[in-house]
Design a protein around this ligand. Sequence first.
Ligand SMILES: NC(=O)c1ccc[n+]([C@@H]2O[C@H](COP(=O)([O-])OP(=O)(O)OC[C@H]3O[C@@H](n4cnc5c(N)ncnc54)[C@H](O)[C@@H]3O)[C@@H](O)[C@H]2O)c1
Length: 333
Amino acid sequence: MLKIGLLGAGRIAGVHATAISSNPLSTLAAVSDYIPENAEELAAEYDCAARTTEEIIADKSIDAVLIATSTDTHSGLIEAATAAGKAVLCEKPVDLSLARARACQAAVAKTGKPVMIGFNRRFDPNFSTLRAALEAGEIGKPELLSITSFDPAPPPIAYIMVSGGLFRDMMIHDFDMANFLMGSAPESVSAVGSSIVDPEIGAAGDIDTAVVTLTYADGRIAVIKNSRRAVYGYDQRVELLGSKGLLQAQNMLENTVVKSTEAGVTSAKPTYFFLERYMPSYANEWGAFVQAIQTGTPVPVSLEDGVLALKMAEAAAQSVSEGRPVKLSEVAG
Ligand SMILES: NC(=O)c1ccc[n+]([C@@H]2O[C@H](COP(=O)([O-])OP(=O)(O)OC[C@H]3O[C@@H](n4cnc5c(N)ncnc54)[C@H](O)[C@@H]3O)[C@@H](O)[C@H]2O)c1
């Protein structure tokens, strides 16, 4: 049984607390938060201790920590936890700075401790089934990938201001999905982006609408479309064209009823947002982490995967600001 410390008691930490405590091979021992009342509330709900982050990291009886704190704390906490001998599952992104993420990678390498990055969409049953079909050779060689990822509504401006921008905060999931399905890093990244959903997002120096094209050394192409607004719900689709066929993962709908009348044919909307759409993925992600730690096998999403996605985000941001395709090899850090 793995004894777990949960760092952070915010929005996503609650989801992880459920996953940790419902897995038969892990137990939630303690939770911390910068705001002690947050930790106390979550600890009461899950019948565990509320402690400080430092106390959890120093506690030798705790085997692993799950880092669900604000993004700007991730790399520092990964370093502290691995130096204290703990295995880590850390929420995305590794950091907002590629150079800082690289320094974290170097520090972790010295400890030899496993660090998994929380790209939960790899564990979504739809996307993992799609990948299994790809791996089984059912569509031959993948040639053209298309990822649609639209949020239902933009977050508050206060969130945008500290998010690191659409590419590092939102599209980072899609960069990782492209890596998961294409099996290698792209050679170059070409991005266009604008702020047409909410002028305040533009005034804050960010974009809310973007299209990125990834090109691969062997000629394969991937296209990622992001928007911070889709009035009909959370639109999360993947389409992969291969030499022998096509794989598509469609949206999860609120219900499966299709209504056909004289007026037309209608169905329910997609589920509202990530908590509704991806809930099973968080439990699967945690199960995969626990299994890797217990069997001593590599974690299925590595720190290197997290750094690569961040590098692609930096290339996309550079492509928008310079108005040209950017090779990954050009990105410093
Ligand atoms: N994988 C996903 O689907 C997904 C979804 C949402 C958020 N996230 C990521 O999870 C992280 C947290 O996001 P959130 O939406 O839960 O934010 P949140 O603001 O709701 O929660 C973050 C919590 O961390 C606490 N905190 C900050 N520094 C701390 C420290 N040093 N020690 C302990 N607690 C500390 C804050 O007080 C806050 O309660 C972000 O990095 C975000 O990118 C991932």
